[in-house]
Write a protein that binds this ligand. Sequence first.
Ligand SMILES: Nc1ncnc2c1ncn2[C@@H]1O[C@H](COP(=O)(O)OP(=O)(O)OP(=O)(O)O)[C@@H](O)[C@H]1O
Ligand SMILES: [Mg+2]
Length: 348
Amino acid sequence: MYQHALLNRTLRACVLRRTPTTSLFPSRKWRGWLIVEAIEPVSTSLLLGTGAAVLGKKLYHYFYETCDENWLNFNATGLKHDLSTKLYGQHVAAQVVLKAVTGFMNNENPKKPLVLSLHGWTGTGKNFVSQLIAENIYQKGMTSNFVHLFTATAHFPHEDHVDKYKTQLQEWVRGNVSICPRSMFIFDEMDKMHPGLIDSIKPYLDFYDNLNGVSYRKAIFIFLSNAGGEKIVEVALDFWKDGREREEIQLKDLETALSLSVFNNKNSGFWHTSLIDKNLVDYFVPFLPLEYKHVIQCGLAEMVSKGHAPDKEVVEAMARDLNYFPKEERVFSMQGCKVIPARLDFYV
Ligand SMILES: Nc1ncnc2c1ncn2[C@@H]1O[C@H](COP(=O)(O)OP(=O)(O)OP(=O)(O)O)[C@@H](O)[C@H]1O
Ligand SMILES: [Mg+2]
């Protein structure tokens, strides 16, 4: 209605003037007439105002992150590509993550939030995979306002304050999911997290339609920990000792390593929580310890990301100086790929 009225006013402001010229308009109908636009101040300012509002809205969507397809779009091909080209030595994790995230994101009406638990030795790519997932859902990746990373030691350092943390965490998750249902929450260092804390968000992970008017079904929760890491190493080492290919390791070979009994020790944040026995975790994702050849791959990628030409000799020199275990065999990198960015600087 408003735009109609505006259009009419503007049309009325267009005056048809008789002119002696006949050559400008080839059509008979228009011959001898020129349209002259008279500038009518009210209409013009209204038009400009509307234009500015539309432009403003566009700019707002452009600069301000909103919870819609402008900023949030799942790229299944991108995730598949990233997992197969950027993540090294994690064929089991890559497969599970791709299947889990793709299935979940393609479902417009999931019954519960996606809950992933990533386990493994240090520096094997758990945070890195969370980052790849975020980058293929949110345009701003890890810096998105809809991605929340909690680190036990940084965010919940004092055991005495657990009750306060519980309330804050519940409020944070509830508030953010009500702003954006497709929010992602990453809990790092689960091993160091007070079990009560995770218990406090447990209802959000379950099959509830909504809790106090908020539905958590479209959210993603990712837990990262080293729990089960040693058992995963044992499996990988057994394969190596038997002369079998690492790529032969299947998820089922690692299931015992990720079983409940492994988490029943007090070094694990899952300890006496009912996350596991209530089946709230959809996928346990094992990360294998990385070998020398993966360290080389990480090193070459790091050189490129630092703007250098990849140089195998430089990376090999760095990789040789890292620590490997078991001491005799030197099969797996002690720190995975974690120290590479810092170490490489000494060798470039
Ligand atoms: N499997 C991998 N493939 C490629 N790069 C990797 C891999 N693992 C680690 N990296 C590199 O090393 C960095 C550190 O790894 P990341 O933080 O993901 O380890 P983590 O498994 O979370 O270790 P921690 O248990 O100590 O927290 C990553 O940012 C990435 O650059
Ligand atoms: Mg980590």
